[in-house]
Design a protein around this ligand. Structure first.
Ligand code: ADP
Length: 267
């Protein structure tokens, strides 16, 4: 492995608790070099899972947080001006294809559709990436794999992946871990006791029932960990929940009242 590739290796085992049989499934998908899509609400463990799998498979991981201003050049690369003239700079996707990394495009639906299509030739038998501006066709390294994350909750018909993109991927469904596992994760990640973690998870369960009734999405595992971390730093639980759970998720006064009520039920 080149120095560049080893720079993207994950040295320490990421903490990851298996929820179902996703580890074996992903291993099989990687062995087949199947492009994969990890689907589920934000903050439920998708990115952590990919970090864990990259560590487990001993592959470099290149992650890209996608956004609507992202252009194809941000993924593929561009010519930059320097004192000697112009110099080509590989983008993260090109780099991953060259060094045989797992390339994780987080929230790919945020990117514009003309950006998304650049991944197509990498996801079928061609496994190539044309660098039009440079006049080069990159053949992906045999170990390269493309992974995208996708949150089905956010999608409107205006902003969705095209079928022609979706149908290039195998998919794993993710959701918040079941109660006991989520308590264990929140306790581990934030350092609070399982008793406190249990209360946080109970608040989250209430909020998840409000999804579609005024909340776009329930409280995520990530948010519970933030609340736990504040409690661990000595902040009173009710304040910690207000800062980490209630205020970020909604501005609607009625919804805030409903969530505050859930917090005071448990703390
Ligand atoms: P996503 O990529 O789905 O938005 P993340 O992977 O960033 O979410 O998950 C948020 C946090 O939740 C992680 O940083 C991790 O601390 C925790 N987490 C969620 N699920 C798990 C799991 N199964 N095992 C370990 N930690 C988890």
């Amino acid at each position: 492995m080149t120095d560049l590739a080893s720079a993207y290796l994950i040295e320490k085992e990421p903490y990851y608790k298996e929820v179902d049989d996703e580890i074996a499934l992903y291993e099989a998908a990687y062995a087949a070099r199947l492009p994969m899509m990890v689907k589920g609400p934000t903050g439920c463990g998708k990115s952590r899972f990919i970090e864990y799998m990259a560590w487990r498979l001993k592959r470099p991981l290149i992650s890209v947080a996608c956004n609507e201003d992202m252009t194809a050049s941000d993924l593929v690369g561009r010519f930059l001006l320097d004192k000697d003239g112009t110099k080509w700079q590989d983008g993260p996707l090109t780099l991953a294809a060259r060094i045989g990394a797992i390339c994780y495009l987080d929230e790919v639906v945020e990117a514009r559709q003309d950006t998304t299509v650049v991944i197509h030739p990498l996801t079928d038998h061609r496994r190539t990436l044309p660098l039009d501006k440079k006049g080069e066709l990159v053949h992906a390294h045999p170990d390269f794999q493309l992974v995208i994350s996708y949150n089905p909750g956010y999608q409107s018909s205006m902003k969705d992946l095209k079928q022609s993109t979706k149908q290039r991927f195998g998919a794993l469904d993710f959701n918040y871990p079941e109660r006991d596992l989520e308590i264990e994760i929140v306790a581990h990640e934030s350092g609070v006791s399982t008793d406190v973690a249990g209360k946080l998870v109970s608040i989250a369960e209430r909020s998840r029932n409000l999804k579609g009734h005024g909340l776009d999405e329930g409280l995520s595992t990530r948010m519970l960990i933030y609340a736990g971390a504040l409690i661990q730093k000595g902040i009173a639980p009710i304040t910690a929940c207000s800062v980490a759970l209630v205020r970020p998720i909604t501005d609607d006064p009625d919804m805030r009242d409903a969530l505050d009520a859930a917090v005071t039920t448990f703390f």
